[in-house]
Design a binder for this molecule. Structure first.
Ligand code: UDP
Ligand code: MG
Length: 335
């Protein structure tokens, strides 16, 4: 940690996909917390192709003077890309991604900010419990981290999600990473910089349902592994080598046996089993290679991560009384 520093503008980025049910709860809790920080702030809400009233409700809050900027994407791009869109728009020296369902308690932002002021570039909110999640989800998450940390080039901290506070240079570094496969957890870990942790209890989702089905989570996990590790490719080299090794010894054994005992005709069943198993191996191997080729294809096309339909800019921190702000931040907000 270096010398204490002051934050002039805090950006809170909230990706939203059909969050109308809990939106008022979110704002009623989040805005007072941010105002109490006596720091200028902006709230960047990314409309990730919402089909409910989320956008209308955001506009209402904006009309009432809440410092909300609505970034409307052209369709649903998924949380990771929606978050990327929000990060691209955020101009604060400090940026906090936040879920719209109040699973990331906004009160914690004060603690995160205090740590940043001590000099940490990234302050991660680490959940110590997840009462809202099923045992299966908790257990599968644990396995995922175990596999990931064993086989990838980066160390993913367990129980850390997107809820964290990032210094401007961390955000710039993340924005500079060109990959289209936005596995943010992995990107944060790859970036490095001085990191501190703050523990909290992760509550269950307040309203609505999680948009993450198990199938989506599974694919997300695969994304993580294939984007940050080439271990599956190496695994298949080993399986190939092992098969060839056994094949060689079996060949020697067969030759010797044939010389000593003559030719033995039966062997249909063993032949069939071997063919099936080996072809299975081959096909999985092709599938693994295909995963990487698919990713290369996705990157090579070079399409933008997301498309913006419109940006509805709101005021910066107009709810906070100017006299409660330090002089510098007022100027920052005005410019
Ligand atoms: N989200 C999004 N686009 C999507 C799915 C989710 O922007 O396609 C947002 C969602 O509105 C919420 C956050 O991502 O603010 C986390 O989503 P959710 O609560 O469904 O995920 P979980 O907490 O179960 O991981
Ligand atoms: Mg959630």
């Amino acid at each position: 940690p270096r010398t204490p520093r002051n934050c002039q503008l805090l950006s809170v980025v909230v990706p939203m996909y059909n969050e109308a049910a809990g939106l008022n709860d979110l704002f009623q809790r989040l805005l007072p917390v941010l105002e109490a920080l006596s720091v200028s702030f902006e709230l960047i809400c990314v409309d990730d192709g919402c089909t409910d009233d989320t956008v209308e409700m955001l506009r209402q809050w904006q009309a009432e003077g809440a410092p909300v900027t609505i970034v409307r994407l052209s369709r649903n791009f998924g949380k990771e890309r929606a978050l990327a869109a929000g990060l691209d728009r955020a101009v604060g020296e400090v940026v906090v991604p936040l879920d719209a369902d109040l699973q990331d308690p906004p009160e914690l932002i004060a603690t995160l900010l205090a740590k940043w002021q001590e000099g940490y570039d990234m302050v991660v909110a680490r959940r110590v419990s997840r009462p809202g999640d099923s045992q299966f989800k908790v257990q599968s998450a644990r396995w995922f981290y175990r596999v990931m940390n064993r086989f990838s080039e980066i160390a993913l901290p367990e129980n850390a999600g997107d809820f964290r506070l990032m210094d401007r240079r961390v955000v710039d570094a993340i924005k500079a990473l060109p990959e289209r496969a936005r596995f943010h957890k992995g990107l944060y870990a790859w970036i490095g910089y001085s990191t501190s942790y703050v523990d909290y209890e992760r509550p269950a989702r307040l309203r609505g349902v999680s948009k993450w089905s198990y199938w989506k989570l599974w694919n997300y996990a695969l994304d993580g592994i294939f984007s940050f590790s080439t271990a599956p490719l190496r695994l298949w080299s080993y399986i190939g080598a092992l098969t060839a090794f056994f094949g060689f010894f079996y060949a020697v054994y067969t030759i010797i046996r044939t010389l000593l005992l003559g030719i033995e005709v039966p062997g249909y069943a063993s032949l069939l089993v071997l063919t099936l198993i080996l072809n299975g191996f081959l096909l999985i191997g092709v599938g693994v290679i295909g995963e990487y080729i698919g990713r290369v294809f996705g990157e090579v096309k070079g399409r933008p991560l997301y498309l913006i339909d419109a940006i509805e800019q709101g005021p910066v921190n107009s709810l906070a009384a100017p006299e409660s702000l330090p002089e510098k931040s007022v100027r920052a907000a005005a410019s």
